[in-house]
Design a protein around this ligand. Structure first.
Ligand SMILES: *Cc1c(COP(=O)(O)O)cnc(C)c1O
Length: 598
């Protein structure tokens, strides 16, 4: 995880803003000639207020050892940063952790060996504070040699990501690039600086060229599909950085889907549970769930690729409805494959898709459910690849779908991160979301990936109970295998036969999960637990009554896990729960299940 230092702090207000933005270290300047010089009393006051929450760095230039020690004691400093001609012997003798500043050119890099064991900060070769940039890649040799290197000099919110990618440093440091006036930090720029530095190293979660997150993912596709997936991959690699495409996506999200969705402080729920809960309201997006984020993005991709015909698979019909919706919006022909059994169980959603102008194909092969619908859609795609776009509904399937869908759903987490910083002044302790294929959860989690203080909980369908009967908890109770073109956790027997999943909620009723979640599970970045049908139904009623918000059955699983976990939390614990969708679609089923029990 990259360290971010905000230097030249001159007030408690700026210190608090930097901490709220997620900065790891603050710099207090004790160099008399600096515009940002601080008296030790003023520094001590700020230092006392932030102790334990951030690393406090004192910046000196050719000060004596006694003067440095006096400041360390009076102010309370964790590290000293030396900007002058301090000799190797002087640095080696200091009894404090040191960051030695060297110029970021060949001469500076040659001096590095004389200062072993301390952190090095490479600054602009012509001296810091000029605001101009330099060749940050020069730091790479020292990084590769195992030194802890910071880069500084000319960094701001706009160029920090490039510098991080060029230098791969231990940390970055900025001061004048984050100011609205000399000595005064601009909170918006500080936030963007921290976020952009973190995003640049979140890149390891970008899958490899062949689509692997760690050992999960990939592209296990039959030969006949290879041209189609390769074409999509190539188109998407260009579009994901195309400013015009991104601007159109942004404007459609705002005007058609109703974004940003609110981050709602659930006060009564918080009071009941004894922690501070915020709900990220995807239920308020157009069509009542997060699925529209993905559908809009992929419809725009289909248009850019010149494909007039869109196909999709759907289980209960939620993804089919979202796809039919965007096809109506963009004038695309829409055909949806749905298991025959499902068309009977979900007749209302079949009508909804038809109302929106889509054609629904009932699939009679196999068990006539989602898995068979997906196979049929893949068959269609491989024969009609020239004019057809296959719009997958979650972060599952072969590369590039897990990446593509995650990118499109990450708008959830990006908004939530900004919203929580604005209202709480800090990042949350926990994120909670339900996991079917994994798209709403990954959309919430991904933008917080590099924020190591933010813990993540994914909640799967525990069905009748993971030990007792049928369920959909691939991560909690499955094992790695291949399903729908991707290597990930799946529900399978010893011979690799996929078990049918079961859940009260159609959206979690899937025997696999997106590969990036498998990567999060094995690397320990997120934790995954099941919630049973009964617990989810209970939570469905609970949230309806306590907040006047009826969650989807899928979402109710996350609410159930929140109720369990909250027992260990305190009123200071800040939680964001991904409210993936509204429960109107589930009210009829709930009425049957709850007969007389309300
Ligand atoms: C489809 C759906 C889900 C499950 O899908 P993910 O890809 O795991 O997000 C969750 N919640 C709602 C409301 C859904 O409609």
């Amino acid at each position: 995880m990259i360290q971010v230092k905000v230097c030249g702090i001159t007030s408690l207000e700026d210190a608090e803003a930097a901490i709220a933005a997620g900065a790891d270290a603050l710099g207090f300047n004790f160099v008399a000639s600096s515009l940002r010089v601080l008296e030790s009393d003023a520094a001590a006051e700020i230092s006392r207020a932030v102790v334990g929450r951030v690393v406090r760095v004192g910046v000196f230039q050719d000060a004596g050892a006694a003067a440095i020690a006096a400041h360390v004691n009076r102010v309370g400093l964790d590290v000293v940063q030396l900007h002058g001609e301090e000799s190797p012997a002087f640095v080696a003798e200091l009894p404090f952790p040191v960051i030695k500043v060297l110029p970021g050119d060949a001469e500076g890099i040659a001096q590095a060996a004389a200062y072993p064991k301390v952190d090095l900060l490479l600054d602009h070769p012509s001296g810091g504070g000029s605001g101009s940039t330099w060749d940050y890649a020069a730091a790479r040799a020292l990084v590769a040699a195992g030194r802890r290197i910071w880069v500084a000099g000319g960094l701001n919110a706009d160029n920090v990501a490039d510098a991080v990618r060029a230098a791969r440093p231990h940390g970055v440091d900025a001061s004048s690039g984050l100011e609205s006036a000399a000595g005064k930090k601009d909170a918006t720029q500080v936030r963007a600086f921290v976020a952009n530095a973190r995003d640049a190293v979140a890149a390891p979660t970008r899958p490899s060229a062949s689509g692997y997150f760690g050992r999960f993912g990939g592209r296990f596709a039959p030969e006949t599909l290879m041209p189609a997936v390769t074409e999509l991959s190539e188109a998407y690699e260009v579009l994901r950085e195309d400013p015009q495409f991104l601007a159109e996506l942004e404007s459609q999200r705002a005007t058609y889907a109703g974004r940003p969705t609110p981050l709602y402080h659930a006060a009564r729920l918080s009071e009941e549970l004894g922690c501070k809960v915020y709900l990220k309201r995807e239920d308020l997006a157009h069509t009542g769930a997060h699925k529209i984020n993905n559908a809009i993005g992929q419809a725009l991709i289909a248009k850019r690729m010149g494909k007039q015909r869109v196909i999709a698979e759907t289980g209960a019909g939620q993804h089919g409805v979202a796809t039919a919706t965007v096809c109506a919006r963009y004038g695309l022909d829409c055909e949806v494959y749905m298991g025959e059994e499902d068309t009977r169980r979900q007749a209302l959603n079949v009508f909804r898709m038809e109302l929106l102008g889509a054609k629904v194909h009932p699939v009679t092969s196999g068990s006539g459910t989602l898995k068979d619908a997906m196979n049929e859609a893949l068959r269609d795609w491989s024969t009609n690849v020239r004019d057809t776009y296959y719009l997958i509904g979650s972060t599952a399937g072969m590369h590039p779908y897990p990446l593509l869908v995650r990118d499109l759903q990450s708008v959830i987490g990006r908004e939530a991160r900004e919203q929580i910083l604005a209202v709480e002044g800090r990042l949350p302790d926990w994120l909670i979301a339900c996991v079917g294929g994994g798209s709403n959860a990954m959309g919430l989690f991904h933008p917080f990936y590099a924020d190591s203080g933010v813990k993540m909980l994914g909640v799967e369908a525990g069905g009748e109970g993971v030990d007792q009967g049928a369920h959909g908890a691939s991560l909690s109770a499955g094992s790695p295998g291949v399903l729908h073109g991707s290597y990930s956790y799946v529900l399978q027997d010893d011979a690799g036969q996929i078990f049918p999943a079961h859940s009260i909620s159609a959206g979690l009723d899937y025997p696999g999960v997106g590969p990036e979640h498998s990567f999060y599970k094995e690397s320990g970045r997120a934790e995954y637990v099941p919630a049973t049908d009964a617990e989810a139904l209970d939570a469905f009623v609970y949230l309806s009554r306590i907040e006047g918000i009826t969650p989807a059955f899928e979402t109710s699983h996350a609410v159930a896990a929140l109720r369990q976990r909250a027992r260990d939390w305190s009123p200071e614990t800040v939680v964001i729960l991904g409210l993936s969708g509204r429960g109107d679609k589930d009210v009829a089923q709930a009425r049957e299940l709850l007969q007389g029990k309300l």
